[in-house]
Write a new protein. Structure first.
Length: 271
């Protein structure tokens, strides 16, 4: 397998430009960018509307016919731009919506990603959360619809859940405004105060882990490895998803490349 790198040693590492050109995201001043992800029907849009109010607008993702909703809010004199990603069950990109969510979390470099879960259906929703946690350590889990969970007599130990997942857990009932100030506080703590997290990582079979270990040194030579978890990149390359390999190449062009002469042949990275 060959991942084409090209020569981009003079390419500017301009995050604002990448956000604008690749994702249609325009930030202002010292604004923090927060991605909002979740399965369909978990109340993600309700969380978005409750946080941003009338300070939002909707367009399309560049080159797509999928809605791109953005809004902003202020907390402790800091400005946060919230990007409502398309509802998706997975980041394995079997649909345009999944592709958008995956690419933004991977390559848009949001300052944090909030993953919204349905408190009445945690087992199903956690699949997406675990996938996001494989990509980035800057993850906050918003367990929404806790009012519905109470009606169904469901009890959730949020402290134990946070300990198990290794990222902040914030229970909310967004339509009632419950927990939203705690969610804002968690975002502030992560992106402004730089709170560290240790997201739970899924172990794979011995054969897969060995293949990952063999591939990691070459993946870590990519400049993108400083932005995205190298193990996750290795896993996706092992999937042999040609379209995603092309996507990696496209975003690699926006980053200054490391010089690893022993691993480059004719502008191609040999995997």
């Amino acid at each position: 397998m060959k991942l084409k790198l090209g020569d981009h040693s003079n390419a500017p590492n301009d995050h604002s430009r990448v956000m604008r050109e690749q994702f249609g995201i325009r930030t202002t001043g010292e604004q923090y960018v927060i991605a909002l992800a979740g399965n369909p029907n978990v109340g993600k849009s309700t969380v978005f509307n409750a946080l941003t109010g009338l300070h939002q607008h909707t367009g399309n993702w560049p080159g797509k016919t999928v809605d791109n909703a953005q809004g902003h809010y202020s907390y402790r004199n800091k400005s946060f731009l919230l990007v409502d990603l398309p509802g998706t069950y997975s980041l394995l990109a079997h649909s345009v919506e999944e592709e958008i969510a995956r690419d933004f979390i991977c390559f848009g470099q949001p300052d944090a990603t909030i993953v919204v879960l349905d408190a009445t259906s945690l087992e199903r929703n956690l699949n997406l959360a675990l996938q996001v946690m494989e990509i980035s350590s800057k993850v906050i889990i918003c367990v929404n619809l806790i009012d519905e969970a109470r009606k169904k007599k469901l009890s959730i130990n949020f402290g134990e859940l946070e300990k198990e997942l290794g990222v902040p857990i914030v229970p909310t009932a967004a339509r009632n405004g419950e927990g939203l100030s705690d969610l804002q506080k968690a975002v502030y703590s992560m992106v402004v105060e730089k709170k560290k997290t240790w997201p739970k990582q899924i172990p794979y079979s011995e054969e897969v882990e060995q293949a990952i270990s063999a591939l990691l040194p070459k993946v870590e030579a990519l400049s993108l490895a400083s932005l995205v978890n190298p193990k996750w990149l290795a896993l996706r390359l092992l999937d042999s998803d040609v379209s995603f390999i092309e996507t990696i190449s496209r975003y690699a062009a926006t980053q200054p490349q490391k010089t690893v002469a022993s691993q480059r042949q004719g502008g191609e990275f040999i995997l």
